[in-house]
Design a binder for this molecule. Structure first.
Ligand code: PL4
Length: 409
């Protein structure tokens, strides 16, 4: 007799982003003449960089000829791509063995799966608010109790509030925790952790034999040279941190699908000597994953050439100019807004303390603009609203203009 994984029953009815898409579709159906501007899901809109397109074409050509055709690749990823990624880290003073780098089909997959190599008894701490995958994957794995509706939290998870008072970076957890998810530049708040802030968590993790899972999917959006793009820029981080990254936002690969995860051989846990966690992730990937698409990997390699990097930087700059336009527009209405510098998300306070889902409906109905309610990222997101800077410039300008003209404050 088959039975289901009942942990799924603990989850909220729908995952955040499909729910936004559903509500948007419903609005469009009811208002077919309305022009809806989407600043909700953080999805890239601009075409791939010319070098990347060249790299993709070259690979397709190779695949189309018998002499150069290739099938399955290494589960860990293409050796040349792993080397190119290691070279990027070395520019920031971080030395990584290519064996530490595992190519993936994107940061979402790895940020959901990484928990599977840790014991179910581990206590998980998350920034609140945070990208929902961290919590949901641990709920599904069975590392939590039920959802507490009053607190808006799962029992068993330690929520680390990120508020205006702490500039959206949390204090150290008051109780001992084992797995700590940190995202910087942060989705959704747009806050970027300083080296000192990360150092406090690294010291905590080393002292407590905890493991930090550091999601750096937006690292390319950091332009301030003082801010760390990788947790490994902090002394001691290799012994206690896993880092996840992506080509999605840097190179516009949200549809192409490519990312990587660093599991340093130096990483340890209570019952794991150096090398053990690296070998577990290797084992996990070899069993569950057949490697990223060779076409996507060729594109990624092209994105990391000198030319490719210059072109991808232009894409990043484009979105960051969008971020500036959005933030300035929101602030011109007297609304407090955070992020949007070194990060592609603007984290605005809802006007008059409105509930964030109520504001979602108001913004859609009055200004025809879609955003993401802060409460969807955790209880500390209530009273906030996320606007994404990914979009065509024209649409961003139209959206800001419509908010200014039509939103009734
Ligand atoms: C929509 C902190 C976006 N359907 O594309 P990936 O898998 O390399 O990266 C996913 C990812 C990983 N880590 C962080 C992220 O913010 C994201 C992408 N988040 C958003 O709007 O918050 C896209 C979400 C996607 C989803 O359901 O995750």
């Amino acid at each position: 007799m088959a039975t289901i994984n009942e942990n799924y029953n603990k989850l909220g009815a729908g995952y955040l982003f499909p729910e936004i898409a559903r509500r948007t579709r419903a609005f469009i159906e009811a208002n077919p003449d309305a022009e809806v501007m989407k600043l909700g899901i953080g999805d890239t809109t601009e075409p791939l960089a010319p070098s990347v397109i060249k790299g993709l074409h070259k690979k397709i050509k190779e695949l189309s000829e018998v002499e150069t055709y290739s099938g399955y690749g290494d589960e860990q990823g293409d050796a040349g791509l792993r080397e190119a990624i290691a070279k990027q880290y070395s520019k920031r003073g971080v030395s990584l063995d290519t064996k530490d780098i595992f190519i993936s089909d994107g940061a979402k997959t790895d940020s959901a799966n990484i928990q599977s190599i840790f014991d179910l008894e581990n206590i998980v701490a998350v920034q609140d608010p945070s990208y929902p995958v961290y919590v949901d994957s641990n709920v599904i794995a069975g590392r939590t109790g039920s959802f507490n509706k009053d607190r808006g939290q799962y029992n068993g998870i330690v929520y680390m509030p990120c508020t205006e008072d702490n500039e959206f970076f949390p204090e150290l957890p008051e109780r001992k925790v084992d797995l700590i998810y940190i995202c910087s530049p942060n989705n959704p708040t747009g806050a970027v952790a300083t080296k000192d802030q990360l150092k406090r968590f690294v010291d905590y993790a080393c002292e407590n034999k905890s493991v930090i899972i550091f999601d750096a999917a937006y690292s390319a959006f950091i332009s301030d040279p003082q801010l760390p793009r990788s947790i490994y820029e902090v002394d001691g981080a290799k012994e206690c941190s896993i880092e996840i990254n992506s080509f999605s936002k840097y190179a516009g690969f949200t549809g192409v699908r490519l990312g990587w995860t660093v599991v340093p051989q130096e990483l340890v846990a209570e019952n794991a000597e150096p090398g053990k966690i690296n070998s577990l992730w290797n084992r996990r990937q070899c069993t569950f994953f057949n490697g990223a698409s060779n076409i996507a990997q060729a594109g990624g390699l092209a994105a990391l050439t000198e030319e490719g990097q210059k072109e991808c930087q232009k894409l990043v700059d484009y979105y960051m100019e969008n971020a500036r336009i959005i933030k300035e527009g929101i602030e011109s209405l007297g609304i407090k807004a955070f992020g949007g510098e070194n990060a592609p998300y603007i984290w605005m306070k809802t006007p008059n303390g409105m509930k964030s889902w109520d504001f979602f409906d108001k913004l859609l109905n009055e200004a025809h603009v879609v955003g993401t309610p802060g409460a969807g990222f955790g209880p500390s997101g209530e009273g906030f609203f996320r606007l994404s800077a990914f979009g065509h410039r024209e649409d961003i300008e139209k959206a800001v203009d419509s908010i200014k003209r039509n939103l009734k404050l």
